[in-house]
Write a protein that binds this ligand. Sequence first.
Ligand code: ARG
Length: 600
Amino acid sequence: MIRQEIIRLIQNSIQGLQKEKRLLKFETPEILVERPEEKMHGDYAVGIALQIAKDVKMNPIKVAEMIKLEAERVCQRTKLNIFEKIEAAQPGFINFFLTKEYLIQQLHKALQEKERYGSSEKGKNKIVVIDYSSPNIAKLFGVGHLRSTIIGQALYNIYKFLGWKVIGDNHLGDWGTQFGKLIYQIKDKGLKGRSQKEKTIFFKDLTIEALERLYVDFHKESQINPKLEEKARNWFKKLEQGDKETKEIWQVCCNISLKEFDKIYALLGIKIDYCLGESFYQDKMKPIIEDAAKKGISRKSQGALVIPLPGSKIPFMLLKSDGATTYGTRDLAAIKYRMKKWKPNLIIYEVGADQKTYFEQLFKTAEILNYGKKEQFIHIAHGLTRRKHGKFSTRKGQTIHLEGVIKEAIEKAGQIIERSETSRGLSKQEKKKVAMAVGIGAIKYNDLSQHYSRDIIFDWNKILNLKGNSAPYIQYTFARCRSVLKKTKAEGDETLLYLANLVIKKKSDRDFNREESELLRMICKFPEIIEEAAVKFSPNLICNFAFDLAKEYNLFYNLHQIIKAETKEKRIFRLALTCAVAQTLKNALSLLGIFAPEKM
Ligand code: ARG
């Protein structure tokens, strides 16, 4: 990677200057390599001279010039020929300009590596567990879980592309005191006084909405009659003790919910490796409690069992005062289990920002118990999804039906496609497939295109905007590239690679126009963007990149002839460029979990 190359080059240059005593000794600060926005500042820039100047009490531009000259010498000596120019710029930057040969080489690489372009082996031998989606049984799949599913899956794809071993785990909310409430509603109310036949019908008719209503009703009633809470606690106790009938009811609730969740996963094209819900840890919590006692870490506090945390007033709760286990106990058991089974370097939790404090405490506790180091755990705390007017809320039983929302997106996408000129000639079946890709792509992109920590707005006009920063816009640009390529004889990829080879041989003696050069630089940048997205857990960087690339291609397309280019050489080059742009867009979309149709 160029960044590493530049860091090494700067380090060598500084050492060289120090050896010759032209620079004083100092502690080399971290070298940050940036990608300047403006092309006139080069492809990469380093501001290190500004920092060094302070240490050695010199003029920053002087330091930058010294390093630049030394870097040029090192390049010559080590035969590093990827930079056309290195320059020192005010007030003390060092700018690097890539050679045309290098840019062309990357273009060639994109054409050759195809769907693997941008991937690497950097994560080899590294393991990451991603805890994502994790909806709750007996509740609707909410917009928060949708966000977790979409961002979690994108992170999964990105890490995998970089060579990591990735394990996805859906930490289903299928255990806990809330089930006591539900079972109370079913046993003491729903089934009371019914015949066996009526009972069977009752269960057959149960839907996820009905379950959620039971839950909401419980809360309303328990406000008037606080004794209900006690009853619910007893039911959960029975469940934890393994009572057969209680467990059967619980299982029915799980099955109803899982069927609903699976519908949503199928629509979104999501498959999560494991689905070890909270209930999986039923028998794995006792050892945790014993372990904490043995290590002398847990304390009794007002009847509950807790682990005090240094620097925090609130301790971590292992057992409630009625002896019931907690969400946290199950998370500790999950950490221990994952560490033993997969030995991950990292566990990523893609969960809403409302659980921020909880995860901080969980990670601290896990470290105290010696199950892992704090740095091994990371909470990707996503923001809320809001409606353009008002917010999505399930609290007062005011639920939104996600499946309905997704289907609406597909329908709306279908209408757009029906109106679009480029979709002419698509069969009904094909149009349906495209509508699916566009509708779902639009929803996913809306969740991914902003930094995860920010709240997002759900606004149909923006989501499906064919001209703005949206998935359909990028998909449309991809289809445009493909249509250009199909119009030429250079359809087959092999032909294109052959053409690209010709380009490599001949290209370096001609200048590129602004758009060509910009597209080349962007294609070159793609592998770095993916790495940055992984390090920062930020798929939005890939969205931004894809959007910029699509915009740049459309500009190029509008300003320049491709098939009717002035010379054969230009035509070949522009076709190769088109092919590489298409591939890069497709790879970017695929990392985001978005399908790129050939036509739309
Ligand atoms: N089911 C939980 C909720 O909806 C999210 C679980 C997140 N994962 C975890 N390991 N705690 O709030």
